[in-house]
Design a protein around this ligand. Sequence first.
Ligand code: FRU
Length: 488
Amino acid sequence: MNDPNGLFYDEYEEQYHLYYQYNPNDTVWGQPLYWGHATSEDLLEWHHHDPAIGPDHDDEGIFSGSIVVDFNNTSGLFDDSIRPEQRVVAIYTNNIPGLQTQDIAISTDGGYTFDKYEANPVLNVNSSQFRDPKVIWHEESQKWVMTLAKSQEYKIQIYTSPDLKNWELGSNFTGGYLGYQYECPGLFKAKVENPKGNETDEKWIMVLAINPGSPLGGSINEYFIGDFDGETFTPMDHASRFMDTGKDFYAFQAFNNVRNSTIGLAWASNWQYANKVPDDDGYRSTMSSVREYTLRYVSTNPETEQLILCQKPFWNDDSLNVVDEYSVEDVALNKSCSIKTSFENSTGLLDFDFEFSLNNTADADTFELRIFSSKGDEAIKLGFDVTNNQYYLNRHTSNFFQRTNQFFQERWSTYVEPLGITDSGKNTYQVYGVVDKSILELYFNNGAYTSTNTFFLEKGVPGGVELVTDSSISIITVDYLKVRELSL
Ligand code: FRU
């Protein structure tokens, strides 16, 4: 699979729907392209269903798009027998040779099967690079708003409509890092956790995916913070910001129809190698966790507090089954004192919460949090270099794909400001991690920075966590480390 599509919450059935780009005939991307479909009550356990929408011909594809619930039947496509919460309309790109148009389809069974609108397309500008409509209801102007990519002109186009069938161009937006082309834009509101002065406690976010051309290589998601008046998005500054500092976070989409919070997820892969990653377990690609998005002023250096789009996993901890648990507090780490927990017959699903403070020693050294395999002696590593005050990641394993793929780079770094300073002047850092078989998600400083990366162990599944250093003096104090083995 690739991009998530049509994310929405059905308030009547109390379940979340997730569709995704899916080629039923092969394990690599290609036409005919369908919307695969899964549902979940708790955003942890997903149930698979038949593909929901497919193309008319085998050389065509139902490309990325979104779903809205047309409560008030603005489209006139529903009758009273369909309850308002289930007036489901999909808006997607119909990709036919040489042309991309925006089409709609309706579902009267709560999102399982769809009928294409007979007067499709609803938007056609005779372009072959015009795609990925994300539609939201804009309460203030009482209109539908669509963002989509005029991909190779570097334009996010904003269209509006009263009825989902007739669309009018409102404005164009260009911003940020350009890369090769724009894909999968989207607009949503996010709450500001700590607004300053009489600033509003909500702002608009525009997200955008570029591929290829990410500074790390391949695919990446950017975002802009600003205001939106129903037709035009005005960013608050000219900065380019990335949603995630890892290699595998692309085509992010926010859920429609979720009240009181902004949640969404991304495809955890990168077009540089998405078609080649191991598929031995019977699948190729995963989605990131579902995350909640808020804005927070965070100090990004000693002189500035920046508004940052923060992320945290969005699930109810009660839905998780804690198989085993391990924790330590207040330990000075040095080479004769490593910290290790190993879970027998590991589920491969672990999380950890870790806070440490630097002991301000003159010793220039590093330490590593290693997530090791249940079989064999390999581990992926989250390290911290005390001299540079920087995290690094090393996802090297002896897996053949990893060793030989030119684009699957194995090491890079993430810069994170200290979370705080203790009374005795020590810098503290905090990171929450969740690792599930072949994906590691890191949330630094309560989600102010994230890094999402896939990895492929040669054997086994993640089986435990170890904290090690080569330093003979204690360069850090482990304020706490809590590791859990989880299952659904
Ligand atoms: C992004 C993307 C979209 C397109 C879809 C096709 O990953 O290229 O622009 O709609 O994938 O699968």
